[in-house]
Design a protein around this ligand. Structure first.
Ligand code: SF4
Length: 361
């Protein structure tokens, strides 16, 4: 763990994917994957544009045919984020995807493992400055017996052995991932591999289920690794709406102290001491602060505490950049640890917004 509230990242090599850099010197990248048929260019492009607007920084598309590979060329014309071609079984599709402009290839040692095929992909990626993610997934892992006996070791050993071929050809533009639907196995495997190589790591828990389950599994798994400094890109996989994957990824990064996007609200759960409608106040504040992007106001982090009474209220409000601790019908606004004014509850949200605007200038 680094300074109070900040994670200390594991040192990694730096990977270049189009205009994007991945690794410990750069912010943790938010990824997603399209859920459309890739060769439906219009639908796929529109889905990527929506994800990009929501904060997706790297997008993966399934390439299962030559037509999908060809679609990358047209999709790229109308998006602004790098594109990753997800390849399984047929290494020739990786070559085609690179030819049509993929910025990164994801290959799976579980189904592309003939040395001459892998070498062809490496040479093609080298010649075109394309990155490769080597991603092992427990669902397509071939050594099922060893997986049952010791899943972490089996997947890590397989991955490291696979990488030897890349290093032999001086190919280092590599991101790695090991995914499983089991949170504990994924975390153990990634902690082990993180100590054995310096490649940037892509984090995700796979096949997590519907959002109500998947959000919790992803938060626990990705969050635990981030707190240990592991992880350079993340994808939340949900059996559901893609935009929710991006929103959840952002929330995990904020909760882990890895990245901030909008002001963070700290608010108490309310209890028998609360004398105002704190839930409505926080909802209104969150909605009004949603448009205030930290990058636009030059702040890395901004915390706003909204607390229901004098028990924990003044302490949290003092520790935040801006805070309010309510009593009966009134609240004391704190700025940089000091009370600057007391306001009636009906003006509280607007007064807080004004105080935030004064703070960020
Ligand atoms: S801050 Fe006060 S109102 Fe809020 S939960 Fe704690 S004791 Fe209850």
């Amino acid at each position: 763990m680094g300074d109070w509230g900040m994670i200390e990242r594991r040192k990694t090599s730096i990977v270049t994917v189009g205009d994007l850099k991945i690794g410990s010197e750069y912010p943790i990248v938010i990824q997603s994957m399209t859920k459309t048929d890739t060769c439906d260019i219009d639908k796929t492009t529109k889905q990527i544009q929506r994800l990009e607007k929501a904060g997706c920084e790297l997008i993966r598309v399934a390439v299962k045919t030559s037509e999908d590979a060809r679609a990358i060329r047209d999709i790229k014309k109308n998006i602004n984020i790098p594109i990753v071609a997800d390849i399984h079984f047929d290494y020739k599709l990786a070559l085609e995807a690179v030819n049509y402009g993929a910025d990164k290839i994801r290959i799976n040692p579980g189904n592309i493992n003939k040395k001459s095929h892998v070498n062809n992909v490496i040479v093609c990626a080298l010649e075109n400055n394309v990155a490769i993610r080597v991603g092992i997934n427990s669902g397509s892992f071939t050594k099922n017996n060893s997986l049952k006996q010791n899943p972490e070791h089996a997947m890590v050993d397989e991955l490291l052995k696979y990488l030897e071929n890349f290093y032999a050809q001086k190919f280092y533009n590599i991101v790695i991932s090991i995914k499983s639907s089991d949170v504990v196995s994924t975390c153990s495997a990634l902690k082990r591999v993180a100590s054995l190589c310096d490649c940037p790591i892509h984090l995700g828990i796979t096949s997590t289920g519907l959002p109500e389950d998947g959000i919790v599994k992803s938060s626990v798994g990705i969050g635990a690794l981030l707190l240990d400094g592991i992880g350079d890109t993340i994808r939340v996989s949900l059996t559901g709406e893609s935009l929710l994957e991006i929103e959840t990824a952002k929330r995990i990064l904020v909760a882990s102290g890895a990245r901030y996007f909008v002001p963070e609200i700290i608010s108490c759960p309310t209890c028998g001491r609360t004398q105002v409608d704190l839930i409505s106040i926080v909802r209104e504040l969150k909605q009004k602060l949603g448009n205030l992007k930290l990058k636009d106001c030059g702040k890395e982090k901004l915390t706003v505490a909204v607390m229901g009474c004098e028990v924990n209220g003044p302490g949290e409000a003092r520790n935040a950049d801006i805070g309010i601790a309510f009593g009966k019908n009134r609240g004391a606004i704190f700025c940089d640890g000091k009370i600057v004014e007391t306001v009636h509850v009906s003006y509280a949200v607007d007064k807080l917004i004004s105080a935030i605007r004064r703070l960020i200038g």
